[in-house]
Design a protein around this ligand. Structure first.
Ligand code: DC
Length: 651
């Protein structure tokens, strides 16, 4: 079995850029396909569920072009799919199969829709009943009430209202609402039972309006689509960040200190799941709303227990079931019956897995109560049931200070393929070691990384590699844009001790004097520093990172829980450098004078400290380690002392 071991964690802070919303992505794709005109959709979610929708639309003849960077151009078919015969595989994507079933049932073609075995256990009967009421010919080819389905051409009659249940899945209503304008006639939908997950219907109505179709709504029980409306492309659209995905990071901020900021959603979001932040606030978390961000930080004391109705945020509520492990008492989640028909039976799955962490859990048909244990059970192996949200939710349990194993973690690809990388960006511990050259920080950092089993980033090597690559490509080191372009696409690779550039070993070459001088020049260029920023941050992975440089604590990892400023007197550093040069076997007449080396180091320190971007300086929250009188072992032991003081869970 595939698994991911998360280390014991205690802190989470930082910023995450959210992937596009699944609900918005798949609705926009279908509406763009049904509209008149071309639509460009930017920031589309790249995931299994959107790929299912894209592939299905292409199979029924809709022109879809990938423009790169998650942008797509969709050539709308003005309500009539060109492909009249298709066999469509829908994976486990509820947001694809439901609206497509309705749209295809009104398209006058012959289609088959099937999915993975779990999809064939997820009910679709209420939608099919609704479609049959108006004359659509939709048949079950497996079990009654469930996919797979076969659809035949039929003529529709909208004289009477369509009566449909609202208490199983709001996606049935969404499917009907999006498809019925294809008839061009007035259509009325009446709910026979109370509608759940209303915010998802708001997303549907909001997006239909952007494509020019207005829907009348009487309370939440009756919807009227006036005759004669057609979807028309609004041209360019942006997909908001995924508010359900935001829940994991916001919860991490509320549990692990924070602040954690998610970018891509904010106070004007059309997604109901942003209301998750309100529930977190009720637990005591400190929440800040921006136009395009939400931020969460922990309360002064413990998170408070809750007893809340989550009908309006069923997906994000799963995150609260895991956040309950950190509360000061029993937490009850109510009105969550829809969990039972999602990717898995989420009430049963959640109860089983929370118990593995030591919690006492009770469940009912539509509720779950979680009583946290005083301490978390370490090394729980969490099963994920091919449910992306189970995998993402339970990553938070590691913040209880215990290692947690996540089985089959790749199921996150359904909506968030890089989830664990993003989680590492706020939760994987970073030990930032900055200081002047020849302070010994490179060796110390490497030894600390080895002792902890952490990843290691020698950020100076990236500046050296940039200088060498620019010199080799004939780019003048003063040419800021040119050198930045080299830095942005640096073909560098680190293989243990070996450093490669375009496949050629340059471990020694980047330490040559002219490259050192070049590195110091390119490191002063703001565009070069910006180009290397994300690359450096990508080194932050589980179980943790030791990063060595000049601005690790101040710029690259400002949220690093452990920051060390490692220095030594210029004389001591000069002597170390001198001994290093001698040990390399330089002929006597070539050897520099110790005093020249010291002078050179002093000048370089002054330059590094005076430059306008990321100057070398000790951060306020960094521990000062002066190695003037310390040997390597003593310096390593001093840094490890800082690590254990700031991150007591690391042993
Ligand atoms: O640590 P080093 O000597 O390998 O660094 C090479 C150059 O890059 C040096 O001039 C300082 C600069 N540098 C920087 O500006 N910021 C970093 N984080 C690391 C190195």
């Amino acid at each position: 079995m595939n698994h991911l071991d998360l280390p014991a964690l205690m802190l989470a802070a930082g910023t995450v850029k959210l992937p596009g919303s699944k609900s918005i992505s798949n609705r926009m794709l279908l509406l763009a396909a049904l509209a008149e005109g071309e639509t460009e959709i930017r920031d589309l979610l790249d995931s299994d569920d959107t790929r299912v929708m894209l592939a299905a639309l292409q199979k029924v003849g809709v022109g879809v072009t990938a423009l790169g960077s998650n942008a797509y151009r969709v050539v709308g078919c003005a309500g009539v799919f060109p492909g009249k015969e298709a066999d469509l595989f829908m994976g486990n994507a509820g947001t694809a199969i439901r609206p497509l079933t309705a749209a295809l049932a009104l398209s006058g073609g012959h289609y088959q829709l099937s999915g993975v075995p779990r999809m064939h256990e997820r009910p679709i009967g209420d939608l099919v009943d609704g479609l049959r009421q108006i004359g659509c010919d939709v048949r079950y080819t497996g079990n009654e009430g469930y996919p797979p389905l076969e659809i035949f051409p039929a003529s529709v009659d909208l004289a009477a209202p369509i009566r449909v249940r609202g208490d199983v899945s709001s996606q049935f209503l969404t499917a009907l609402l999006m498809a019925l304008p294809l008839t061009g006639k007035q259509a009325v939908i009446e709910m026979t039972t109370e509608l759940i997950s209303k915010p998802y219907i708001e997303i549907t109505l909001n997006l239909m309006a952007r494509f020019g179709v207005m829907v009348g709504r009487d309370d939440w029980s009756r919807f009227t689509i006036p005759a004669g409306q057609k979807y028309r492309s609004p041209g360019l659209l942006h997909v908001e960040g995924d508010a359900s995905a935001a829940s994991y990071f916001l919860a991490a901020g509320a549990i692990g200190g924070g602040p954690v900021r998610v970018e891509g959603v904010g106070r004007h979001s059309i997604q109901g799941d942003v209301r998750f932040a309100d529930a977190l606030e009720k637990m005591g978390a400190r929440i800040v709303w921006g136009d395009n961000f939400i931020e969460a930080a922990a309360p002064a004391g413990k998170l408070k227990a809750f007893d809340l109705d989550f009908n309006h945020i069923p997906d994000a509520a799963m995150t609260l079931a895991v956040a309950a492990l950190f509360a000061d008492g029993k937490c009850t989640l109510r009105n969550i019956a829809s969990w039972r028909v999602k990717e898995t039976d989420r009430i049963a799955a959640m109860a089983t897995e929370l118990r593995k962490l030591g919690a006492t859990v009770e469940e009912g048909s539509d509720w779950l109560a979680v009583l946290p244990a005083p301490t978390f059970t370490a090394n729980a192996a969490i099963d994920t049931y091919d449910d992306h949200r189970m995998a993402m939710c339970f990553s938070l349990a590691a913040l209880g200070g215990v290692p947690v194993r996540i089985n089959e973690p790749k199921c996150v690809a359904k909506t968030f393929p890089h989830y664990f990388d993003a989680f590492a960006q706020i939760a994987a511990p970073v030990i930032a070691i900055d200081g002047p050259s020849a302070s010994g920080k490179g060796t110390v950092a490497q030894r600390v990384a080895e002792a902890l089993g952490f990843h290691f980033l020698d950020s100076g090597a990236l500046y050296r590699l940039t200088a060498l690559a620019a010199m080799r490509a004939g780019v003048a080191l003063e040419n800021e844009a040119g050198v930045a372009a080299v830095a942005a696409s640096l073909p560098a690779e680190f293989q243990g001790e070996k450093i490669l550039l375009s496949g050629e070993e340059v471990t020694e070459a980047i330490r040559a004097e002219e490259v050192s001088v070049g590195a110091s020049k390119v490191a002063a260029l703001p565009a070069v520093r910006a180009a290397l920023l994300d690359r450096q941050r990508a080194y932050r992975r589980f179980p943790g990172l030791v990063a060595d440089g000049r601005d690790m604590g101040s710029v690259v990892f400002p949220d690093a829980p452990v920051k060390v400023f490692l220095t030594a007197s210029a004389e001591a550093r000069g002597e170390r450098r001198y001994k290093q040069l001698i040990s390399k076997g330089m002929p006597d007449n070539m050897q520099p004078l110790l005093q020249d080396i010291v002078k050179d180091l002093r000048e370089r320190d002054a330059r590094d400290a005076a430059r306008s971007v990321a100057p070398l300086k000790q951060c306020d929250d960094a521990d000062l380690v002066d190695t003037t009188t310390l040997n390597i072992e003593q310096a390593v032991a001093t840094v490890m002392g800082s690590v254990h003081r700031k991150l007591p869970i690391i042993n």
